[in-house]
Design a protein around this ligand. Structure first.
Ligand code: MOS
Length: 723
């Protein structure tokens, strides 16, 4: 149980985030955004703005900054601002005003007069299903339509028709904003043709490469520093507009430039989770054995179709052993702000539909929903013969049911004074993945060890994991490890995305540590060294040999060296051809719905997770708690509404609801710990995203249990429960 190693720096305000950086001569940029949802910028009158106090530059599509379409490692092409006059969503960046102070830039930005040619906006997903197109293949190459049928079965319709019990429903989920505490910002400094950018990103290396491509400079000329990140959740995986603008403006002005988005701008200038509509049909035999599953999804996408929420393709083909499956994924291009990945992309909203439908089937079968799930527990994804490397979902449910008092649940809920009380459950899944990572370890003469990687810790606890994994591999106390990250100049890897940070970095640490220990021993026994010619071994941070024990620090001092450094890399490999990998969890929720006001309160919640070895239970628990709270928020609070003209109706933290303390009871989290060394040497899997998965369905299922009302959309509001 180790407290976050960077906790004291954060709570005392000493942690320096991107926008906390300042430099002599620095000027401030304010982004000008469109006030129409669709059309063209015909003219921008910047004369008055240019002569406003403190203004040093005004840029627009008619007086652009030099940028070109960038390339993101994860997402392909990235749109860059000010290169054309087309408006495809409300709040699209169309200009930048740079001035001596932020206030001067903001005031001058208000003086820019924009003339538009307006075209009609198309913003409703539900109202424009006729515009739907097949989604592109997923990143793994899976096409938008997948059908797997048992031998002799002609179609999914036949399989459903042959099922004794069938449930069908249309589910929908709202668009969401990541709403990370730290708004997006960038401070750009050029020096002799080299750029340094201070910002919050989920990967300093990826950010640097993408910036370099947008600025048309060599990758080696860009360094990104992102030591602290105030939350990201997917919104800081690709370069957002303020960094391109700050860097391009700093280049022409030859002064450091800071561009910080306002909270309102974050809602349109960065990206949101798409809105989804999902049709699910489930067929089963009378004993609950699943026969057929159809899941068709529609996701909103912006006009450049840059991201589709893969709700049919993520958890649906993996959760259950099912002989007949048909999934499809469509997208509907709209005049909405950019969309992107958000915590459990696909699984989050997809699990709401799937796990609500499973609950509906349990009701139709008069079966306990846990029993139904375990009866159909998958041993591999549908259509794959690669079995899960490790799956303990049954134990999660067994422990969870006992801990939560599931046996006391009645199929009709119960009453408690003016409240009706219900319990719901749902399965959580998120793939266990990792990415190639390289770690540098330096043993130093002062008995400390520096463990470095380019990756990011946007609040996930990666620094703490690095301390603990480093301590274990080097056999020294964690307080002697100095973790370093958030710098594109450090070795690549440790992207904070896809719940991959811990597994990727901890594996590489093991390899780097073994290497630096080997190098140390070779050094210790080399001619002229304290153990010259002797048999040596390493334990407790010391070299042992011939009855003598010398700490690595003392050894280095004795031979007059500051440090010894080694590098270790680890990447996914052969195991991918042998097993399927996932994390699993069982979510439990109790809700109380007021009989007269229909107010819904979550009164208890428990998540039990199978995510491999847990390296630090404290930060792991925090990760999961955060995810589960996100799930409650998706179920009961969050909904980003876009008006017919493209304007966000609630694009700020005053109008966009997120839960507060009073909305969230104690969050009970439990881990079943089975190190998954088939997945990676550290045995740890990922925790960043799975906490959110299934939660919204568990809430909706609990609401059904309490009230008998099945709400097939989220967020669930009071109106949904009024008679
Ligand atoms: Mo996470 S949505 O993969 O940053």
């Amino acid at each position: 149980m180790t407290s976050r190693v960077d906790g004291p720096l954060k709570v005392s305000g000493r942690a320096k985030y991107g926008a906390d950086h300042g430099f002599p001569g620095m000027v401030h940029g304010y982004v000008v955004v469109s006030t129409i949802g669709h059309g063209e910028v015909v003219a921008m009158d910047t004369t008055v703005a240019k002569s406003a106090p403190g203004v040093v530059g005004v840029y627009s599509p008619f007086d652009p900054l030099k940028l070109r379409t960038a390339t993101s490692m994860l997402f392909g092409q990235t749109w860059v601002p000010l290169q054309d006059t087309e408006i495809v969503y409300y709040g699209q960046p169309i200009g930048l005003v740079v001035a001596e102070t932020f206030e001067q830039a903001r005031d001058a930005a208000a003086l820019v007069k924009v003339t538009y040619q307006l075209r009609p906006s198309v913003t409703s997903l539900r109202g424009n299903l006729d515009l739907a197109e097949d989604a592109p293949p997923t990143r793994e190459g899976t096409p938008s339509v997948v059908v797997e049928l048992a031998p002799g079965v002609e179609s999914i319709q036949d399989a459903l028709a042959a099922s004794q019990v069938v449930v069908e429903g249309t589910y929908s989920t709202a668009a969401q904003n990541h709403a990370a505490m730290e708004p997006h910002s960038a401070v750009a400094v050029w020096e002799s043709g080299e750029l340094t950018v201070y910002c919050g990103t989920q990967s300093a290396g990826m950010q640097a490469a993408e910036l370099a491509s947008g600025l048309d400079v060599d990758e080696s000329a860009v360094r990104v520093l992102s030591p602290f990140v105030g939350g990201a959740f997917g919104s800081k995986t690709r370069v957002s507009v303020e960094a391109f603008l700050a860097a391009a403006a700093a280049r022409v002005l030859n002064r450091p430039v800071k561009v910080a988005l306002t909270r309102e701008q974050v809602f349109t200038v960065t990206a949101n989770r798409p809105e989804t509509l999902q049709k699910v049909a489930l067929g089963a035999a009378a004993d609950g054995t699943l026969i057929a599953l159809r899941h068709d999804s529609w996701s909103s996408t912006p006009r450049d179709r840059s991201y589709v929420e893969p709700t049919s393709h993520t958890m649906t083909p993996k959760a259950y052993a099912i002989p007949n499956l048909a999934i499809s994924q469509m997208m509907v291009p709209l005049n909405i702000p950019p969309t992107s990945i958000m915590r459990a992309p696909g699984e989050g909203p997809g699990s709401f539909a799937l796990e609500s439908a499973i609950d509906e089937l349990a009701v139709a079968l008069r079966m306990d929903p846990i029993e139904l799930r375990l009866h159909n527990n998958s041993t591999a994804p549908v259509g794959s013969d690669l079995l899960w490397s490790s799956k303990h979902l049954e134990e999660c449910y067994r422990i969870g049911a006992r801990r939560f008092g599931w046996a006391n649940r009645s199929p009709e809920g119960r009453e408690d004074g003016e409240w009706v009380v219900g319990m719901g459950t749902a399965t959580a899944m998120y793939p266990a993945m990792r990415f190639p990572a390289t770690v540098l370890i330096s043993l130093r003469a002062d008995e400390t060890a520096v463990v470095s990687i380019g990756g990011a810790d946007p609040g996930t606890g990666l620094r703490t994991v690095m301390s603990l994994a480093g301590a274990e591999s080097l056999d020294i106390p964690a307080d002697r490890i100095i973790p370093q990250l958030g710098d594109s100049a450090l070795p690549p890897g440790g992207l904070s995305g896809g719940s991959t940070g811990t597994a990727s970095v901890a594996s590489a640490i093991m390899i780097a540590a073994a290497q630096v220990i080997d190098d140390l021993l070779a050094l210790a026994s080399s001619p002229g060294a304290p153990f010259a010619g002797k048999e040596v071994s390493y334990a407790d941070g010391c070299v042992h040999g011939d009855g003598q024990v010398v700490s690595f620090g003392a050894l280095l001092r004795e031979i007059g060296r500051e440090s010894i450094t080694a590098r270790g890399s680890s990447a996914p490999g052969e195991e991918l051809t042998k097993h399927s990998f996932s994390c699993f969890g069982a979510q439990f929720v109790e809700v109380r719905v007021h009989k007269w006001t229909c107010e819904t309160r979550v009164s208890r919640m428990l998540g039990v997770f199978d995510a491999g070895r847990i390296i630090n239970e404290k930060t792991a628990r925090s990760q999961i708690m955060g995810g589960m709270i996100w799930g409650v928020s998706a179920a009961l609070h969050e909904r980003l509404d876009i008006e017919p003209d493209g304007r966000p109706a609630n694009g700020d933290l005053a109008g966009y609801l997120v839960p507060v303390n009073a909305d969230i009871p104690d969050v009970d989290v439990h881990f079943v710990q089975y190190a998954d060394t088939l997945h990676n040497p550290s045995g740890a899997k990922g925790l960043g995203e799975i906490g959110v998965v299934g939660m919204a369905a568990a809430v909706a299922n609990a609401v059904y249990n309490a009230t008998g009302i099945r709400v097939r959309h989220i967020p669930i509001t009071i109106e949904d429960l009024l008679d």
